[in-house]
Design a protein around this ligand. Sequence first.
Ligand SMILES: [Zn+2]
Length: 1121
Amino acid sequence: MSVNQQAHPGPPYGQPQPGYQGFQQPAYGGQSLPGAPQSQYGAYNGPVPGYQQPVPPQGSLRAPPTSGAPPPASGASHPSGHVAYSQFEHGDVQNGIPASAAPMQRPPASQPFLPGSAPTPVSQISTFQQYGPPPGSVQQLRNHMAGMTIGSTAASAPPPAGLGYASVPPVSGSVSATGSGLYTPYSASQGPPPPSVSQALPVAQPPFPGQTIPTQRLPAQVPGFTPPPPSAGVGPSSYPPTTGAPRPPAMPGPPLPGQTLAGPPSSQPNHVSSPPPPSTMAGLHPGPPMSGLHGPPPPTHPPQPGYQMQQNGSFGQMRGPQPNYGGAYPGAPNYGSPPGPPPPPKRLDPDSIPSPIQVIEDDRNNRGSEPFVTGVRGQVPPLVTTNFLVKDQGNASPRYIRCTSYNIPCTSDMAKQSQVPLAAVIKPLATLPPEETLPYLVDHGESGPVRCNRCKAYMCPFMQFIEGGRRFQCCFCSCVTEVPPHYFQHLDHTGKRVDFYDRPELSLGSYEFLATVDYCKNNKFPSPPAFIFMIDVSYNAVKSGLVRLICEELKSLLDYLPREGNMEESAIRVGFVTYNKVLHFYNVKSSLAQPQMMVVSDVADMFVPLLDGFLVNVNESRTVISSLLDQIPEMFADTRETETVFAPVIQAGLEALKAAECAGKLFIFHTSLPIAEAPGKLKNRDDRKLINTDKEKTLFQPQTSFYNNLAKDCVAQGCCVDLFLFPNQYLDVATLGVVPYQTGGSIYKYAYFQLETDQYRFLNDLRRDVQKEVGFDAVMRVRTSTGIRATDFFGAFYMSNTTDVEMAGLDCDKTITVEFKHDDKLSEDSGALLQCALLYTSCAGQRRLRIHNLSLNCCTQLADLYRNCETDTLINYLAKYAYRGVLSSPVKTVRDALINQCAQILACYRKNCASPSSAGQLILPECMKLLPVYLNCVLKSDVLQPGPEVTTDDRAYIRQLVTSMDVAETNVFFYPRLLPLTKADVDSDSLPAAIRNSEERLSKGDIYLLENGLNIFVWVGVNVQQSLIQNLFGVSSFSQISNALSTLPVLENPFSKKVRSVVDMLQGQRSRYMKLIIVKQEDKLEMLFKHFLVEDKSLSGGASYVDFLCHMHKEIRQLLS
Ligand SMILES: [Zn+2]
């Protein structure tokens, strides 16, 4: 806790040196940062042992005890660090630093850090505004676009003619209402038209150099109609019923007349560039807005030259006043759906509005092949849906930090004007793919990490060494600090320390420091943590087979506790408790022949009846533990006890950790509302009638503050709680979840748990949860350079002050979202810097600091802000913001606020960044063109707009879950991935191309998979070929498919193998094992499935994408008028 600033002999004064690789840091104002004084982290000086590589987390290295577990977190599969070392080996040799200068433990390899070969920020900094190559040549673009179109054609074959799932007969006369004129006539010589409507759009590329200009339109407003070719098996009935439009033809090889094909969207890899939807009509035919709707289409082709230049935006047309739109939201009948009379032909063609699938695919194509090198300030990373490798060259990987914008406004006025939230989504212990290097562990010896004297920021690549290397100026607060003698190093002619490439903290964005005793609680190095397993043995838990299942599993799982580095065995000790209305503690000391049980029935004042023998080493006590786990199911086999306690269980675990003076994790397996007489006793207060009232918020709030206080005590001890729930009825997740939530723990919920169908999923979750990398007793602080500061935090943690995020435990899946606000002006020259420092105890009890640094650009032009935003991250922030809002405000207020904020964001863009155009056009920034569709998904999510099937507990559960999600998880959670399995190439490893989440995209003859991170649905159309059904389900007909299946049968044929491998691949990508649900078309489970077709109008009243876009447009126009 002490801050020990030793004075050092003042070295000869040298010349000020240039800063880090072009990150010039003009002197900051020198203000001290708010919250600068900090007692938590000490700093003093000592010998320099150099750095050593952190040992990769070992727990997940080993395979799960039984087969079938999801693959361990990928980063964990490093074979003990050899790979990781490679980065520094050559650097040492090349640099030829005298060994005396800094005696270091050198890791063996290091291409990336060859001074000569490593791309340096200097060379890149000048290009920081430009993230991609300039637009390619016309020919290149043509090829590219043609390729994409063809690709998507191949990826999803046309549905059988006439089998469109939506079953909407082609509407007669609908032709006149469609925008077919947009599509270039399809020439048969150019291959079949793409079957997937959403992917067929890249037709007419507007001729704006360097711009992507997707457009929206009202189909009916498009005058030119060219009938599509009848070929290619595209049945009209498979078209969206709302348009009745023929499927757009493919991008023809040659450019369209008048098309110059300049400015391929694909040439701007930082943008979510999709081949623009049909270049439309907005600027082209600013004719009478609605008149074209019903009348015969004007005969002309869209004249391309009529376009107006747009700045960095999409444009499209929503013509005229559009009186119908207002009323259309959200409950307009007919929209987006199905049978019945032809809907009024007035809405947007779903194919002409921005498609998530297209954006995702374009980003994959444009950015998936090159590694993302982090040496450049303010660089927008590829989307989370793109597979890419990261090379750390001075900024933290996007796997650790993603931002809503990589170019932030210089002033708070500008930020307010845009309404774009400035936030970073941070996953400090994120798992890395095996190809990437884990953060190195740097040991600065007894003095601990080198830090700024004033703001306590840690040594990082942006610190500027001056005076010949004897002092450094802080990049966060400008304070000048002496370099400790042991850390001194000469500077080269560019002002860079000559050991630059040998020190992770000088050249990398992410690394770890070994913490000294000053960083430890009570100035004492921590003991290794403990895991305590606490099993509900009340009637339901025993009867369902759960107790036996858990005990059986633990017998093997305990061999797979997280280990550190090359340690032979885990340092984690374990303990066991069972409970119903009373608690049973077990003495499993190795010297005992049999375990001993001690019952505590006075739950009002919980204590731990034994100290010695409660927490033990697994190997030492193996026999006793096995015996205990064999006996528990027998001991309670005949229990009649139905009531449970809950708070005393947590208290017991907490007390045990306190007595052992260590941090740890409680794994609680619990089945019911704790109604037994005890502290924290709860009553059933579920009341669905509160939905849509001002009291709805109480459903999300805990019913007593008891658990908040308990959580606080847990955090102080480093006692993290993971809760596995098996409810058969309401058990008040909102209250039971308080402690897990505030201690950084996780909640898993298995409603109506049935051994046969749910055990596989539960065991997979349990295995992963027990084995995954986790830090204990964690404190995170985010420092920022002068001008902005962290003001708000979202996630599973506790805060006792305004700056420190405290987590009893933090695992590799947990994310903290941090919002920033201006407190001064920023400068374009210096940009803005973030440093996230996480102090934690490793699974072996080592105290460490993990540091992530990120540099962002700053702008004086709004256009630069809008060019560098990331919508997925924005949605992550907005969802968390809204999900917290429901605790204190009526849900409707929260929804309205979200809509309003997004409308303001888009209106500001329209007003300040887009070229003047008619008010009928909806203009979206390229980087935010998916904001409306994703926002709509958030608005109609179960928390903000529950359907009748969603329980109060579900909502509380989802609310807490989302709060810790990273960007990839929120992305797929809100906009699920829908894959046509019947289009999968059984000979390749790839996934079939995803399609948009709408019923209209489904064909009765196909089988689809939909995943959202929690569930996997396999939807089977009624007309699926019998052979496919046989191959996948092993039954001979559709009617024989059982939707009670929780896994797909293992059958020896290519289709079965392919589908199972797709399922396994998806399971491996998610932090939780997804529940597999088989849905037969027209079966009653289909309603559940349709809930996830998020582009459609939902049963709970959520708007369709098309309707919502119209609504947003109306909102934007109101703001602009
Ligand atoms: Zn400082």
